[in-house]
Design a protein around this ligand. Sequence first.
Ligand code: FE2
Length: 191
Amino acid sequence: MITKEDVEKLFSSQLAQIQNQELREKVIEAWVVGCKEGNWDSVEELQSMPFTLLTDTHGVNFIEHTIAVTDGALALAKCQMDTYKEIPYDINIDRLIAGGILHDVGKLVEIEKDGEGGFRKSRSGMCARHPISGAIQAAKVGLDQETVNTVACHAKEGDGRPQVIETILIHQADFATFNPLVLLNKSQLIQ
Ligand SMILES: [Fe+2]
């Protein structure tokens, strides 16, 4: 069983930067509930799970991806905040970090162990992609609607839809980690 303490340890650096304690607790709870619903038994399993089944991740695991996206989105926010004389929109850093940690929480139920050491799409994953299942998980633990938007609209589900600024930043950080692998696997990444 994956505990609150396990989740706190996995994302300690990112969670420590969330100022609102209630928000931090709900982020942790969404992960604990997701791990339970997806039958994930240990941190090692999460660390061996690829972050996507859509392309070969070359060993980049689900936890590494979640951290890279959260830190990447944060860097995208900071470079605008530090550079613009006047930033035309407010970026909520708490929401950005919460959304980064949560953006793929739905993959805990979208992907399952195949019983042979590998991973496959679950029945839940066939019925709803992770932005939908993740948004449901986030809402279930009482997260606010704007944070739910970061989960629900971070991928193609968000195309052409209203988004909070944090969703846009998370989306860009997410695809900055996904697209290079897609091109690499198609021999289209110039190196
Ligand atoms: Fe992602």
